[in-house]
Ligand binder design. Structure first.
Ligand code: IYR
Length: 233
């Protein structure tokens, strides 16, 4: 490819600095690199049963920092991660989540929804919110954090941005040899109260993180065939 001409749109908006991109070179070609990644990701499962074996704060910091590399609308990085190890806070979250979940399973869920969940074996009981050594609460920012003058600005594509960051986080948890599951108690307003969040922070989902219990099982489910999810044109 030829170099873009100075001042062209390919160089970015004039006055905004661009730097040379330093490519990531995995040392194997893209076929091998993608095959290895697929092999790793195929082994990821949502696990609901955790060991009490501790996970270091350093691990959590690395994982959240990795999630923070996510692309986001206009690079606004509209996310906040609250990593909870305090047993009492985890207990409060469990109690509140189970209250909502009892309502969900008894009344809010449609019969079709309950039938769809049956193979997963989920129910209103959420012991993993207390058993996992860490619970990461992911929040989306509906406005930016205040700047020095106390002003907040607009954010863009918040669900996409936080969803992508969460995907990277889940992949990182797996890469670290740990397990998680996405728990989305609905409604999640209690998380704002329990975790004392500011008004512009809205709960997105919960990720308990830890080692799997030795006796952990997972539902016998399968992924779609590639032909069902990919169309090449
Ligand atoms: N939030 C409930 C229900 C639930 C919903 C879906 I969609 C799942 O894939 C799993 C569970 C719960 O966490 O139990």
């Amino acid at each position: 490819m030829s170099q873009p001409t100075a001042g062209s749109s390919e160089m970015g908006h004039p006055g905004f600095r661009h730097l040379p991109y330093r490519p990531y070179v995995p040392g194997v070609g893209p076929e091998e690199g993608s095959r290895r990644f697929l092999e790793v990701m195929r082994q990821r499962r949502s696990v609901r049963f955790f060991s009490d074996r501790p996970v270091s704060e350093e691990t959590i910091r690395n994982l959240i920092a990795a999630a923070g590399t996510s692309p986001s609308g206009a690079n606004k990085q509209p996310w906040r991660f609250v990593a909870i190890r305090d047993a009492e806070v985890k207990r409060q979250i469990r109690v509140a989540a189970e209250e909502e979940e009892r309502e969900f399973y008894a009344r809010r869920a449609t019969p079709e929804w309950l039938a769809d969940l049956a193979p997963l074996g989920t129910d209103p009981s959420k012991p993993f919110l207390e058993n996992a050594p860490w619970v990461i609460a992911v929040f989306k920012l509906m406005r930016t954090d205040a700047d020095e003058r106390g002003e907040q600005a607009q954010v863009y594509y918040v669900n996409e941005s936080v969803g992508i960051a969460t995907g990277i986080l889940i992949a990182g948890i797996h890469q670290a040899g740990l397990v998680t599951l996405t728990h989305t108690p609905s409604p999640m307003g209690f998380l704002s109260t329990v975790l004392e969040r500011a008004a512009h922070e809205r709960p997105f989902l919960l990720l308990p993180v830890g080692y799997p219990a030795e006796w952990a099982t997972v539902p016998d489910i399968s992924r779609k065939e590639l032909g069902q999810i990919l169309e090449i044109r």
